[in-house]
Design a protein around this ligand. Sequence first.
Ligand SMILES: [Fe+2]
Length: 379
Amino acid sequence: MSDKVVCVELEALQPGDYVVRIEESSGFRLKQSGYIQSEQSLERLREAGVKSVWVDPSRRKASPPDEAPEPQGKAETTKPRRLYLEARSAMARFYEAVAGDAMPDIEEASQYAKGFVDGALKHPTTMSCLTRIREKDAYLMEHSLNVCILMALFARHLGLDRELIDKLALGALLHDLGKVKVPESILMKPGKLTDEEFEVMKTHVTHSAAILAEEPGLPPEVMDVVANHHERLDGHGYPAGKGAESLSQYARMITIVDVYDALTAERCYKSAMPPTRALKILLDLSGSHFDRTLVQQFIKCIGIYPAGTLVRLKSQRLAVVMEVPPETPLKPLVKLIYNAKSRTHLPVQQLDLRTSQDSIECAEDPALYGLNIARYLDA
Ligand SMILES: [Fe+2]
């Protein structure tokens, strides 16, 4: 037996682990040492009352994709994803209705916004990861959904109360509704708009506000978020060119969230910008375009990955954050553990993101992959 064997609790055992022996106290005898082949093997040990086993980490092998551990807490984590996909279709219907001069179903929109707020309060990391779902043709719908989710996460981070978060999330979901009144040739134009085209593009805000003004009883916070999402603190925004003195905290929040999502989206004419670069741009423009304190809060809300966080890298590898250098908190030292694409374990390896081509895409929920982060944190 290798002298490097370690005692592992059954909860932390995974397919691909090489078991050398079983703790005597369980009364279960191991005929021979060997690999844990599947979740079924784990289940058999569990049923036999085994609490812990001795494992040789140096012999660990990646589990084949068809034997990858079944995600734990699946029901909990697939719910937000299903909600996201449902809401995306609902947004497509809204846009269609508005394009045909019908009123969108605000009550339905309100239910989706509330669902996203629920998700943001209960599963912030999963919700934040959902905003990384991108399909080239679904930009308008996804942008609305993402801005809604990010607004809910931001509002939660700022400690706003639930009723208010619901209103801000609804405003965020509906903010770009007026874009259906802008010709597709301008909306989808690859490259820079001419001055005339940009003037037409700007009208989407007044269209959004006008469509929603017909809906009786919409809370003023919803209208505030919709009408002011392109205004800037220095008065260089549109449509009204309002200055700092007339922009509420909620309006300041959506300007940040809206630009962040637009920058990190992949469009037909540009590739997606990594979150870290988008956050840097927001920081550079804080004080002039955006509220400095709120930008800093937004970065804290989504951009900082403390030690112990499971992150998904651009390469689709999952890694655990081990050390956060204070000067480059978005480029920590990580431990690579899993390939999210093939759903296989990787040989555990350190990676310094300060010197790597790879970068963090978003935080991930370990339960989605049946990963126990604690076991990777020491040594
Ligand atoms: Fe907009």
